[in-house]
Design a protein around this ligand. Structure first.
Ligand code: ADP
Ligand code: MG
Ligand code: MG
Length: 931
């Protein structure tokens, strides 16, 4: 809730609070600092008025009035209406006109305006104050009957739709009919008499659909319109938008009532919108369009093609230079690119709105860099102005801009997840999955998606839907898995039966190429060429990230399993590897067979070795098993050593955290169901038991059955695995240290950090570490050189977090595994939850976010905080990092900065995003501490 604003001017008011701030006569009672109370639009109008700019007089009803209106059960607070009438009287004085006066009528617009701009929340109503009497006055004053009737029919249409809830198509149909009856092609072909008849029909429609007459009393019009703006705050569109943008629901909206100015009074009138810089490229030129002899909505509705703003220089040179001067002043005043609305009435320029302009990622970066260069803003301010999502966008492939100019754009929807996607249209998730498996590039096209479509979405290049907004399943999932997505393409008519889609007379069928621009929401037929964007080529982005590096406290490391990934992350600015998952190396090519071979005999061989150590003699079978096991492990060790050498080389001089084997063993074996079918079929076919394929299948099936667990993610995995089969982790430790030794001898500078996963009890860590340290010493002695290595653990089991002080005694570093920690703290199985109920939870507001995407600060975050505090208390120089997916999420990064971690580690592509987010966290943290 907003606080009651202190009255800045002592104009009398009847209500208990100051609800109204006027602007006009060169003076605004509010100013730019009052966005909370006046909304963005109202604050801008007051500020422009104070700066002496030509703003039509009016007043703003505060957001607090809106909140009090709802608190009182949708009743205007006592006294507010008197204050509204008083404010109208002031506008009458400022303009010399009278509201409802038949001879010299004042007309007003009623505009919503919240703290944050909320596109599509409520449309503006223009021309309030019109009725048949004031209309006559307007016609007499302007000498233009057609203009008067056109204003009137527009007013009934707008007010009827927005305030009285009549469906838009009712007016549209009557309008088209009126044109058809008179053989009119364009709206402008209808004359005054025709418009007068249309106005009568429109009023008739209002009567039929609402059961009441269109209000002719200007005072009643104002009352209804103000309440409609208030009501729009809790409209569905507004609510959905706020949910998606994480805007609080209790901010309320302000209402702006202001004098109408008319851009449709002839060729010396006009209206337009302009940005002070090009919002696509960031270039420093006035960018925008305008129409002569038109009202604001004509520009948007596309009835006539607007002219480029530069044409105004030739057609209205004086107005143009005045506008250019005002634009420059506003940009310098707000120290940011502005988005301006203006209207020219009979050769006089009026400013109707100023706000910070929305911009593309490229423009955001360029504008910020240019403004620092020109001394307009500081490096820190520049950092605050760039959204982490902008950085993400700049690293994704884009369509070749030249190709886009000539491409066949068929429609546009919501830009739900950025990036360029090209593929063959497919209308069914199973088909998409199959075709992708055959190496085809596909785009999944659905009316809307559901969790059943996930496999198709994951296999596709991109996703296109006809229904659903920014929080729809398609949008949320696409962003999460990093696929471009255009959602809610309402004009697209999809027919699953014929596997085709139509839009505006064009269309495409299954198998035809289409291209999606998830950054802009555009859809094209055909395969557009993409350009790979190179980080190295983006000088302005690099500069901004250098500033970020100076501002941030957190280091940014990366999760990388291969030397190529590590090298890429390093180019992106990674300062170490926070998670190298060794088991990913187990899956490639011949390795999987070796690993399987080891797993098949792992338990038997391990028990046999224990007995041998105890002095027992081994049976021939046991000896054979041990040989087979050692043989497989020997091969693996050699392969892993080469892998690690590559990684140490790529990360020379930087720390590399290598996690020992973590997943349950069944993940390396074939699927149980498939094996069962295979063995049963061979049995049924009478296959001889000597058949080697049959024997192998039966052996695999036996092993898979022996390893089967009810809850594998809570079963034999992580450090538990190493404690049951020590050879697995011993070989990994040797491979790491031998690789480091080799690099050392070759003049390299490797830094190994060996990470033991899934520790819940200190004894697990102690036992593992004893085992591995003995192994490490052996390697060192044999090598004769010292290498730098540490032992540490992951904190990812809640018990581990709660007993972090005990654990820290035996760990030189902690890395928070926030994926597992979230699973175990919530008791969610991630795969089941994300594929199932979790999205529903988020849609219904049961959870604010997907906790696997944005860290749950209140719950999981407390475990992290506790572990940090206890860990550091036991070992002050304990190194702390996080390697879960949250390491690349800006909101989570802010929390990790606050609790004092040393680094976040994220996927290579997220490294630049994390560098910016870490800087923003440090800057806001510092600002908060200064308060
Ligand atoms: P939005 O927030 O959707 O941009 P606005 O309140 O800015 O809505 O109104 C939309 C358009 O209506 C403006 O761009 C302008 O063209 C027109 N408009 C609003 N108020 C007035 C007015 N007092 N005089 C003339 N045109 C107006
Ligand atoms: Mg506007
Ligand atoms: Mg884990």
């Amino acid at each position: 809730m907003t606080d009651t604003a202190a009255p800045t001017a002592d104009r009398a008011h009847k209500a208990a609070k100051r609800y109204i701030y006027a602007f006009g006569g060169g003076r605004g009672e509010g100013d730019a600092t009052m966005r909370d109370v006046l909304g963005g639009k109202g604050a801008g109008l007051a500020e422009m008025t104070n700066a002496g700019l030509p703003v039509p007089p009016g007043f703003t009803i505060t957001t607090e009035a809106c909140n009090d209106y709802f608190a009182a059960g949708e009743k205007l607070p006592e006294g507010l209406w008197d204050d509204v009438l008083e404010a109208v009287r002031k506008v009458e004085q400022d303009t010399g006109k009278g509201y409802g006066n038949a001879h010299n009528p004042l007309l007003v617009s009623v505009r919503s305006g919240a703290r944050f701009s909320m596109p599509g929340m409520m449309d503006t109503v223009l021309n309030l104050g019109l009725n048949e009497e004031t209309l006559n006055g307007l016609i007499a004053l302007t000498g233009n009957e057609r203009f008067g009737w056109d204003a009137y029919r527009r007013f009934i249409q707008m007010f009827g739709r927005i305030v009285m809830g009549v469906e838009a198509h009712r007016f549209d149909e009557a309008w088209e009919q009126a044109k058809a009856q008179r053989g009119a092609d364009d709206d402008t072909d209808l004359d005054a008499a025709a418009l007068r008849e249309v106005a009568g029909e429109f009023r008739q429609i209002v009567r039929q659909d609402t059961g009441r007459d269109f209000p002719s009393d200007p005072i009643e019009q104002l009352d209804l319109a103000i309440k409609a703006v208030f009501a729009s705050w809790f409209g569905k569109r507004a609510r959905d938008y706020r949910d998606n943008q994480k805007i609080a629901h209790d901010l309320g909206t302000a209402v702006n009532v202001m004098t109408m100015v008319f851009g449709n009074m002839g060729d010396d009138s006009g209206t337009g919108v302009a940005f002070t810089r090009d919002p696509n490229t960031g270039q420093k030129v006035l960018f925008g369009e305008y129409l002569t002899n038109a009202q604001g909505e004509d520009v948007v509705a596309g009835i006539r093609t607007p002219l480029h703003i530069s044409d105004m220089r030739d057609r209205m040179p004086e107005i143009y230079s005045q506008f250019e001067e005002i634009a420059g002043r506003l940009e310098r005043h707000y120290r940011d690119m502005q988005d301006l609305e203006f209207t020219i009435e009979r050769g006089k320029l009026y400013m109707l709105q100023t706000r910070s302009g929305k911009r593309t990622a490229a423009a955001a970066v360029r504008i910020a860099a240019d403004m620092v260069k020109d001394g307009i803003i500081t490096e820190q301010e520049a950092l605050a102005r760039i959204e982490p999502a902008h950085v993400d966008q700049l690293l994704r492939d884009q369509f070749d801009p030249r190709a886009k100019e000539t491409a066949a754009r068929i429609t546009a929807g919501l830009n739900a997840s950025p990036g360029a996607a090209v593929g063959k249209a497919v209308f069914n998730a199973d088909r998409a999955f199959e075709m992708a498996n055959q190496g085809e590039k596909v785009i999944l096209v659905r009316i809307e998606t559901s969790p059943d479509d996930f496999h198709g979405m994951a296999a596709a290049q991109g996703v296109l839907t006809a229904r659903g907004g920014a929080t729809s399943h398609a949008a949320v999932v696409a962003r999460q898995i990093g696929k471009p997505c255009v959602a809610g393409c309402a004009s697209l008519v999809i027919d699953y039966g014929s596997r085709s889609a139509k839009v505006n007379g064009l269309g495409f069928s299954e198998g035809e190429w289409i291209s999606l621009d998830g950054t802009t929401g555009e859809v094209y037929v055909g395969a557009l060429p993409t350009v790979e964007v190179r980080f190295e080529d983006q000088a302005e982005l690099q500069k901004i990230l250098e500033w970020a590096d100076r501002a941030r406290r957190l280091q940014v490391w990366t999760n990388a399993d291969k030397p190529e990934e590590a090298a890429m992350a390093r180019r992106y600015g990674a300062q170490g590897i926070g998670l190298c998952r060794t088991e990913h190396m187990f899956r490639e090519g011949e390795r999987l067979d070796i690993v399987r071979d080891a797993i098949l005999v792992a338990f038997q061989a391990t028990r046999a070795k224990e007995r041998r150590e105890a002095g027992e003699a081994l049976s021939a079978e046991d000896q054979d098993v041990v040989r087979r096991f050692d043989d497989a492990l020997g091969k693996l060790e050699a392969l892993q050593e080469t892998d690690f050498e590559g990684i140490f080389e790529a990360m020379d001089g930087l720390p590399v955290v290598i996690r020992l084997i973590d997943p349950p063993l069944h993940e390396f074996l074939p699927n149980h169901g498939d094996l069962l079918v295979e063995v049963t079929q061979m049995e049924a076919a009478g296959t001889s038991t000597d058949d080697p394929k049959f024997a192998q299948a039966r052996e695999l099936l036996r092993a898979v059955e022996a390893l089967r667990e009810q809850n594998p993610m809570l079963g034999l995995r992580g450090c538990r695995l190493g404690l049951m089969i020590p050879d697995f982790v011993k070989l990994q430790t040797r491979a790491i240290l031998n690789a480091a030794t080799k690099r050392r001898k070759a003049g390299g500078d490797p830094h190994a950090e060996i990470m033991i996963p899934l520790v819940g009890h200190v004894n697990e860590l102690k036992a593992t570490r004893d085992l591995l340290e003995a192994e490490a010493r052996k390697v060192e002695e044999a090598a004769g050189v010292e290498v730098d290595y540490k032992f540490g653990t992951m904190i990812e089991v809640p018990r581990g977090a709660l007993t972090a002080d005990e654990i820290a005694e035996h760990a030189e570093f902690f890395s928070f595994g926030t994926n597992d920690l979230t699973q175990m703290a919530f008791g969610f199985s991630r795969d089941d939850a994300e594929g199932g109920f979790l999205l529903n939870y988020v849609e219904r507001g049961i959870l604010p976010d997907n906790p696997f995407q944005t860290l749950d600060v209140e719950g999981v975050g407390q475990l992290v905080r506790t572990a940090v505090e206890k860990g550091r208390a036991a070992r002050p120089n304990l190194k702390l990092g996080i390697c879960g997916e949250h390491g690349g999420d800006p909101a989570s990064i802010a929390f990790f900065d606050e609790v004092g971690l040393d680094y976040v580690s994220c996927s290579p592509f997220r490294v630049p995003v994390a560098r910016l987010a870490a800087a923003q966290a440090a800057l806001t943290g510092a600002a908060e501490r200064d308060k």
